[in-house]
Design a protein around this ligand. Sequence first.
Ligand code: GLN
Length: 548
Amino acid sequence: MKKKNHKYVFIVGGVMSGVGKGIASSSIGKILQSKGFKVNPIKIDPYLNVDAGNMNPTEHGEVFVLNSGLETDQDMGNYERFLEIDLDDGDYMTSGMIYKYIIEKERNLGYHGKCVEAIPHIIQEILRRIKKAADRHKSDISLIEIGGTVGDYQNILFIEAARILKIKHPQDVIFIMVSYLPVPGSLGEMKTRPTQNAIRQLNSYGVQPDIIIARGSQLLDYRRKEKIAMACAIAPENVISAPDIKSIYNVPLNFEKDKIGSIILKTFHLRSKTNGNSLKEWKNFVRKKNCAKKKLRIAIVGKYFDTGDFVLSDAYVSVIEAIKFSSYWSNTSSELIWINSKEYETDPKKISELKKYDGIIVPGGFGENGIEGIIMAIKYARIYKIPYLGLCYGMQLAVIEFARNVVGWGDAHTAEINPKSSHLVIDIMPEQKKLLEEEKYGATMRLGAYPAVLKKGTIAYNSYNVENISERHRHRYEVNPEYIKDIEKNGMIFSGASPSGKLQEIIELPKSIHPFFLGSQFHPEFKARPLHPHPLFTAFIEACLKNK
Ligand code: GLN
């Protein structure tokens, strides 16, 4: 059951999108945890998509997969990483999800003949979910991030739900607005007016923010804090300065400079349960990050990389963070070089540039674009003994490369690209084939956490140091069991498989022939955490350092 006097912090955005509400919410959660409170984050995306599964990562960023298999917004990854918790279906909400549920309930006579309306039914459903999530986590404080910006049509019902909760429990609900203060180049001065207007807009919904987080390129001075505080009828101390900083992991420490944790607790009439020094481990991690002595250059070869830096970092955020965590804990900073594999297809000589790098990663992906170039890169890594880590598609393509160039099946392929190949080493499982024929694509993905058993003595086993693991998946195709024996005979090891042995989870080459060549059918990056880096990424980074 939800605790009595359970507290709710709603986080909304002002002025514009993309100012880092997710990082702000995650950081607040981290700070409240450090004060001894159990928190549960909820992300609300106001769009009509039922989940993020069908969204294009180059436009919307990475699709983050939960243990349950729910495909969510990348912010959920930040929550898991900052707060070191596994989130569940109930911790994510979209307008599409709410509407779908209500419409289906209505079709099933769930409203007993009543007229079903946005108010009260949508609001009731939003609040039911928020309370249920708090119950399930048995938390003290819920942090609810309402996506979009104040003034959007799309998020109005969510803000209204929050307002109603506040009316019912005035002592237990607070609002934080993450706003943006521009510094127009011609003026060189930070402007507070857009934020004041955003506050007014929020007021017009009947909501009064308790705390303003003032994002901007610079620190916010006291005079401007006063101005914003005046517009908002709060104390200037409740306006938190949040200037751009190099790393998102510094944000909790930065927020604490303005004492946001104590302000939230004071507003709730709560007292810290710890001595205040409990961000210690986090500080230790941040310090490690800042004083990494060793350097690596890692090539990431893929196909989504031709749209500029901004897109890259969003489409592969969990991979990037996973590399960072393992690097920092090995006192290393890794420079990532994004390589569009299509370049190797048009200019095969270019492939030799790969010798400059200390390691090569091929991340997940779908479709035909650029994959011959990726296969060339994998071959290069295998032959020239450059540490290689393949994630999902990166594993499947490594199997294809091996089947073609070592086993000798020149046309080996995946059914995703060439279903007519005479050696479909990556194929759809028979149960899934039927669904695909009926064009039921959604149901044919293997999504979420699945267990795997590791073979003793392998790189995989030695990295995890345990026999049984559980990792998150997001793919449709699998290694074809028909070909495993022949591939194994030629030297590739299947070092992890599902408990039944049917689904192959990890492939590798023996250390005697390659320093580190490993691919996983799952996405280890989804479970990498700042304070607990992922063992496969750590093993890869260590191999890169050794091989340098
Ligand atoms: N396209 C491959 C599949 O569906 C791999 C997916 C991925 O890399 N996430 O099986």
